[in-house]
Design a protein around this ligand. Structure first.
Ligand SMILES: C[S@@+](CC[C@H](N)C(=O)[O-])C[C@H]1O[C@@H](n2cnc3c(N)ncnc32)[C@H](O)[C@@H]1O
Length: 261
């Protein structure tokens, strides 16, 4: 008998557990600096920013360093926020993105990087963003999926993502988010600040990342899901030359949402 798959809802426990190794396992300072470089030209440097799902604060700190701007942060996970507090000081608070502890129409601009695939209630998040943004304010979102390589590793990982998320609740691209934003009166202006990066990874290394919880560490999973991850790992190890690194190219972009002035 299989255990029922729990609905996808992130709780603090999932990210608390992986907080200590989070930055290093997700691209470290290079990813954060790259995201700051993408977001920065789309933000008014004179105005503060709210980072929703700020995590360890690694991206927020990079934004602060870049333009000496003030960044505030909200996150559900006390473990992630403990690290953010070390970087941003008292400007961070535990809170749900779907119930922001922030006054109506008080936020000039907001960002979220890699938030929506983590499973927050996206309807609630966009309702809250529409409430807290000042008229004319912008909400910038960098999705985790971006444009990803469809090579032999990519085919296995994409198939795993589809099996773990058959309803598409963790899809975080424009097709998934723009309609939700529109339903709450936010205008989707399109994508901006594309950034191409290349990296090398072998099938064996990717298989090891899956064992280390690349998905299961951050997603609440039932036994069925664990089986899918095991199968994906086996498929990766069965690829030709599993120790040969593949050069993989991906493109990250920013989705721009705005509240009418
Ligand atoms: C993949 S991490 C990204 C963190 C950070 N933005 C970054 O780019 O490094 C996703 C973060 O979203 C937070 N999160 C997930 N659901 C949330 C919610 N409903 N409200 C607030 N934060 C949430 C998690 O606790 C986690 O810190």
């Amino acid at each position: 008998m299989t255990e029922a798959i729990r609905p996808y809802r992130t709780g603090p426990a999932e990210f608390d557990g992986i907080a200590p190794g989070y930055d290093e396992s997700r691209g470290g300072a290079a990813r954060a600096d790259g995201f700051a470089e993408q977001l920065s030209p789309l933000l008014d440097p004179a105005l503060p920013v709210l980072d929703i799902g700020v995590g360890t604060g690694i991206v927020a700190a990079a934004l602060t360093r870049r333009d000496r701007r003030t960044v505030f942060g909200v996150d559900l996970s006390p473990g992630m926020l403990a690290l953010a507090r070390g970087r941003l000081g008292p400007r961070v608070a535990v809170g749900d993105a779907g119930r922001l502890p922030v006054r109506t129409a008080s936020v000039p601009q907001a960002v979220s990087t890699w938030l929506f695939h983590a499973g927050p209630d996206r309807t609630a998040v966009f309702r809250e963003v529409a409430r807290v943004l000042r008229p004319g304010g912008r909400y910038l979102v960098i999705p985790v999926r971006g444009r990803r390589p469809v090579d032999d590793i990519g085919r296995v990982v994409n198939a795993l993502e589809d099996r773990l998320d058959p309803a598409g609740a963790r899809q975080d691209g424009p097709e998934a988010l723009a309609p939700v934003a529109a339903a709450h009166g936010l205008v989707y202006e399109g994508t901006a600040s594309e950034r191409r990066t290349t990296f090398e990874v072998s099938p064996r290394h990717m298989a090891r990342s899956l064992s280390g919880g690349l998905f299961t560490g951050a997603w609440p999973v039932g036994r069925e899901d664990t089986r899918f991850v095991d199968e994906a790992r086996e498929r990766l190890l069965a690829l030709p030359e599993p120790d040969r690194p593949r050069v993989r190219e991906m493109t990250d972009f920013v989705m721009v949402f705005s509240r009418a002035a």
